[in-house]
Ligand binder design. Structure first.
Ligand code: HEC
Length: 189
């Protein structure tokens, strides 16, 4: 009997040993995978690795981020509102604002292309379509006509709307100025 129970302990012990070895192997494998992970591109990793990290920091970051997010949304640039406001915009005030564009653009019908294309009749014309002007591939690829809304987005933040545009202009931030400017552009045909 004694020997039997001794044998049993040995068997149990052997199983435990094997179990530990297997677990140990797995852990080692997992550690190996984690070690390898940073060699992969960050974006591949981002989902599995960043998610727990975000979870940890969420306690502190989320409450701070949550009120911050609606704030820009509330003041967010609204191109549709600008396009609507352009209908009752002040074209004369817009002509003055066009002074910022005039170094590069003529808005006279039949006027020349300068650093940028002539803008007479730009409202409603296909993007990147003015004869004799060499547009960037980025703007050519954009497609569609220049609606007031697209113009508002572009003139507000040229590179934001057309990454890679040749138009080196930081943009007009004020929605009222933009609406007046669009009213002016809409008046030159
Ligand atoms: C520093 C020169 C420069 C200034 C300043 C500038 N632009 Fe431009 N603009 C360009 C260039 C260059 C292009 C061509 C962009 C491209 O091909 O990517 C362009 C393109 C445009 C287009 C697209 C026209 C089309 O035929 O598709 C519009 C609209 C436009 N500009 C409006 C404006 C307005 C409005 C202002 C002033 C608020 C302004 N730009 C200021 C250089 C300028």
């Amino acid at each position: 009997m004694r020997i039997d129970s001794f044998e049993v302990s040995k068997i149990v012990g052997a199983f435990l040993c094997a179990f530990l070895v297997i677990v140990g192997f797995r852990v080692a494998l997992e550690i190996g995978e984690h070690d390898k992970a940073p060699e992969k591109p960050g974006y591949v990793l981002a989902t599995p690795e960043a998610a727990p990290a975000a979870g940890h920091s969420a306690g502190g970051a989320a409450p701070a981020a949550a009120p911050a997010a609606p704030a820009p949304a509330a003041n967010a640039f609204d191109p549709k509102a600008v396009a609507d406001a352009a209908a009752s915009g002040n074209a004369q005030a817009g002509q003055k604002i066009f002074g910022k564009c005039a170094a590069c653009h003529s808005a006279e019908p039949g006027g020349p292309n300068k650093v940028g294309p002539n803008l007479a009749g730009v409202v409603g014309r296909p993007k990147a379509s003015h004869a004799g002007f060499t547009y960037s591939d980025a703007l050519k690829a954009k497609g569609g006509d220049w609606t007031l809304e697209d113009l508002a987005v572009f003139i507000h933040n040229p590179k934001g709307f057309v990454a890679g545009t040749k138009m080196l202009f930081p943009g007009i931030a004020d929605p009222g100025d933009l609406a007046d400017l669009l009213a002016y552009l809409n008046s030159v045909k």
